[in-house]
Write a protein that binds this ligand. Structure first.
Ligand SMILES: Cc1cc2nc3c(=O)[nH]c(=O)nc-3n(C[C@H](O)[C@H](O)[C@H](O)COP(=O)(O)OP(=O)(O)OC[C@H]3O[C@@H](n4cnc5c(N)ncnc54)[C@H](O)[C@@H]3O)c2cc1C
Length: 138
């Protein structure tokens, strides 16, 4: 039977990812859920990111706004719009509040959708993505 892993620390998440490289990462499941309800796909093992404390935080210093991969779209947008008020209107057009409260900015980047709405704004801002595998980060 498929397994559902829901680690609560970044270390445990990274270790489970190494141990189960085939597992499907699941964040807000607003994309992944549709593969099941619309396409009847089997997801197999799942690795849920939404309980990982370190990835749910938003940090700010003088130069950088850092948004964790498990931060909801709603919270991520609020943080971005605080620095870039001109983005506010874009976010009002992004899905509905329930989707924005469940979906993550990380999921919107990772799904690689050609119609994803956050990437154009993130590209324009010169955003950088921090990737981690095991103990390595780039
Ligand atoms: C009704 C509805 C309306 C929508 N409207 C919009 C819209 O207006 N604009 C728009 O752009 N999108 C829209 N979407 C799509 C979706 O909500 C977004 O793409 C959302 O950001 C996906 O995030 P998620 O956390 O739900 O991702 P999930 O569904 O959990 O995952 C999406 C993909 O990303 C991978 N993934 C997730 N997190 C990570 C991570 N941290 N590292 C590596 N891989 C990861 C997953 O394995 C999966 O392949 C809509 C969806 C629905 C159902």
């Amino acid at each position: 039977a498929p397994a559902f892993y829901a680690p609560v620390t970044l270390e445990a998440f990274a270790r489970l990812r190494d141990e189960h490289p085939q597992a499907r990462l699941v964040a807000g499941s607003t994309d992944v859920g549709l593969w099941v309800t619309k396409q009847f796909r089997e997801l197999g093992d799942m690795l849920y990111i939404g309980n990982v404390r370190e990835l749910k935080s938003i940090e700010r210093d003088a130069q950088t706004l850092t948004i964790g991969a498990a931060v909801t779209l709603e919270d991520a947008y609020a943080a971005l719009a605080a620095d870039y008020p001109e983005l506010a209107e874009l976010w009002t057009r992004f899905a509905s509040l329930p989707i924005r409260n469940a979906g993550t900015l990380g999921g919107n980047v990772a799904n690689g959708s050609p119609i994803g709405d956050s990437m154009p704004a993130l590209l324009a801002l010169g955003a950088e993505v921090v990737l981690r595998q095991g103990t390595r980060t780039r």
